[in-house]
Design a protein around this ligand. Sequence first.
Ligand SMILES: *[C@@H]1O[C@H](CO)[C@@H](O)[C@H](O)[C@H]1NC(C)=O
Ligand SMILES: *[C@@H]1O[C@H](CO)[C@@H](O)[C@H](O)[C@H]1NC(C)=O
Ligand SMILES: *[C@@H]1O[C@H](CO)[C@@H](O)[C@H](O)[C@H]1NC(C)=O
Ligand SMILES: *[C@@H]1O[C@H](CO)[C@@H](O)[C@H](O)[C@H]1NC(C)=O
Ligand SMILES: *[C@@H]1O[C@H](CO)[C@@H](O)[C@H](O)[C@H]1NC(C)=O
Ligand SMILES: *[C@@H]1O[C@H](CO)[C@@H](O)[C@H](O)[C@H]1NC(C)=O
Ligand SMILES: *[C@@H]1O[C@H](CO)[C@@H](O)[C@H](O)[C@H]1NC(C)=O
Ligand SMILES: *[C@@H]1O[C@H](CO)[C@@H](O)[C@H](O)[C@H]1NC(C)=O
Length: 569
Amino acid sequence: MQFARLLLSSVLLTIPSLLTEASDISAAKGEWSFVRNGTTGITASQVILVSPTLILMLDRVLGDPLQINGHQAWVELWNLETNTGFALNAITNTFCASGAFISNGTMVSVGGQAVEFPPNVTVPPDADGRMGIRIFEPCNDPSGLDCTLFEDPATLHLAAYRWYPSSLRIFDGSLMILGGTHEQTPFYNTDPENTFEFFPPKDNGQTRFSPFLARTVPTNLFPRAFALPDGKIFVVANNQSVIYDIEAQTETVLPSLPNGVHVTNPKDGTATLLPLSPPDYIPEVLVCGGSNTSDSTPSEDLSSQDPASDQCTRITLTAKGIEKGWIVEKMPEGRMMPEMVLMPNGQVLIINGAGTGYAAYDSVNDTIGNSNADHPVFTPVLYDPDSPLGSRFTTEGLPKTNIPRLYHSGLTLTPSGNIFIAGSNPNPGVVENATFNTEFQVEFLNPPFMSRERPSLSGIPEQIDFNQKVTFGIDIPENLSTNDVKVALMDMGYSSHAFHSSSRLVFMDGGLSDDKKFLTVTSPPNNRVYPPGPAYIFVTVDDVTSTGTRVMVGNGRAPPVEDQGVPLA
Ligand SMILES: *[C@@H]1O[C@H](CO)[C@@H](O)[C@H](O)[C@H]1NC(C)=O
Ligand SMILES: *[C@@H]1O[C@H](CO)[C@@H](O)[C@H](O)[C@H]1NC(C)=O
Ligand SMILES: *[C@@H]1O[C@H](CO)[C@@H](O)[C@H](O)[C@H]1NC(C)=O
Ligand SMILES: *[C@@H]1O[C@H](CO)[C@@H](O)[C@H](O)[C@H]1NC(C)=O
Ligand SMILES: *[C@@H]1O[C@H](CO)[C@@H](O)[C@H](O)[C@H]1NC(C)=O
Ligand SMILES: *[C@@H]1O[C@H](CO)[C@@H](O)[C@H](O)[C@H]1NC(C)=O
Ligand SMILES: *[C@@H]1O[C@H](CO)[C@@H](O)[C@H](O)[C@H]1NC(C)=O
Ligand SMILES: *[C@@H]1O[C@H](CO)[C@@H](O)[C@H](O)[C@H]1NC(C)=O
């Protein structure tokens, strides 16, 4: 499966950073803008912010230009202060892994691919990654030069082979790992691992069989899973959903997605837990995009021109909400492989993906080059969860890019408040001059507040407990109305395959001091509302958002941690 048309890495690496005329003008007007800045040395198929200044990207060996120790690198650390990246050493193949932070601030990446032979290489530098566990310890060097990725495959590995798993941080600060596949599967999941496991391990390292995962083959890769405020897990895969009680080890079947829409790989829609607000923290999940073609259609009978679904569905995860079921909404355009980013003001940005076709490559009847997808969607759309049904989507003021971001692209909100976007490679190797190339250009999507005078925060403690009142300094630009102040506690998530796992926003109630120079907020009531671990605090005043400050939420100990704070009323 290697038909890499190798590129001249030097050509790509010297592409100048472009600030287009269009974005110049819109920045001046205080609108959203795309700005290009820098080039990655690997395909950014997985992206996670690992410190206030650093983004970790993971991929595989396929001919990318970035080198380490005399061979191609497949892990890169990106410095947001310089917009340059450099290689980190890895041992196992990290292709199509997942990950998250755990309660002591360590980032853990899990799963991956078996050994792959890149073009003309007889001894690949990477080892089998299917049971991979990779540890990125908290790293305080802003430039990242002292940061490392630790692996010891002989002693530190998963219980099962997991290529294309999902993972998320749960209430006790551990990582829960869901599903995946064992071997190279051409399109559908024909060799599934229908179990859950944990890191650090529970159940003496045994896996837990999931009837839900078994029911959702063959379209259940990268299940979209969320930690609910009571500690249970909500999972969407294929066209079905379930609530899993980790403690009781029971699955409760929820309504299927309407209209035959499938939303997990290789028919990637995406999903997010909407922002949680005090006092009730009522969980709602939004699922968008994917495909309504039948799972029994073999991939060679599918087309890159099959329209992607424009359906979004939303469910409130209370007894009453579940009874009501999924409420259908329509995006302005259909999307395969969209991504969602929670914005600190509570809106959801939906970005990237294709108007037609499927995830993966070289599987459908009429690929575009190698790509199973076509008609990249170039304009992001904003979803306002608080607006009335029927008027929640807007593309007004949102700019258009001309870089397709299809399979194997990634993005994350940064502490600056803008969105780092990289990657896309619907090809089995590095390709240029195709319709859909291996994409190395980094692009930022800047919200309007990036070009405004913004509130600034000071004196935020490095660690906060649950249910704690926290007071910190705030400097609010004079002309902003202080009637509308929102304080967001956020996990930016781990972006892999059109899903931001562990992404979370919990609003905190608070009040300004009389002189408006201090803000006092109450942290989430307990470790189930915000699974213990790192977070960023953003304050939005009159729709102008501050930069984000990192805090450790909870006692910062290694998982499993005990319940902390107070129960929900
Ligand atoms: C790109 O990023 C660098 C480092 O932050 C910055 O100095 C430069 O101004 C940026 N260029 C553009 C076009 O934004
Ligand atoms: C592999 O090596 C052969 C012989 O040196 C060369 O012709 C070919 O272009 C190489 N292929 C790739 C994908 O690098
Ligand atoms: C869900 O998908 C399966 C095939 O994967 C199909 O048999 C079933 O009818 C679908 N259910 C709904 C409610 O669309
Ligand atoms: C496959 O694509 C070709 C054109 O590229 C078309 O003629 C044919 O009908 C397609 N087959 C299927 C099963 O869709
Ligand atoms: C399937 O989805 C496409 C794209 O949204 C739509 O045009 C078509 O009507 C849908 N078909 C069914 C049977 O719902
Ligand atoms: C890609 O196109 C550019 C511009 O036409 C050309 O210089 C370059 O050689 C091409 N690369 C390959 C691998 O064909
Ligand atoms: C507030 O001041 C900024 C300049 O810092 C200006 O761009 C903005 O338009 C002003 N906003 C209002 C509502 O007057
Ligand atoms: C965090 O916990 C994990 C799992 O026990 C461990 O591997 C890691 O070294 C810990 N990190 C720190 C900084 O203590």
